[in-house]
Design a protein around this ligand. Structure first.
Ligand SMILES: [Zn+2]
Length: 75
């Protein structure tokens, strides 16, 4: 597809995505995306995002857990 920000060509790739579901943050690996070769913008199909929601809602394997810092840039 064509990037809507820079007009560059996108390429199908597997990416790591931070994904919120019901107030919880997940890092999901090997997510299908279209990545712009010009500006790096990533596009996800709605069906891909729905599939992640379904996967996380069911019993699933957890590869690792990590602590995440929450920072207020104005503080
Ligand atoms: Zn772009």
């Amino acid at each position: 597809m064509i990037c809507e920000f820079c007009g560059g060509e996108t390429q199908a790739r597997k990416v790591k995505r931070s994904h919120w579901l019901q107030g919880r943050l997940y890092i999901v690996e090997n997510v299908d995306a279209e990545v712009c070769q010009g500006c790096g913008e990533r596009y996800f199909h709605a069906t891909t995002l729905d599939a992640i929601d379904r996967h996380l809602s069911m019993e699933h394997e957890v590869k690792e857990t990590m602590n995440v810092e929450v920072v207020d840039i104005a503080a």
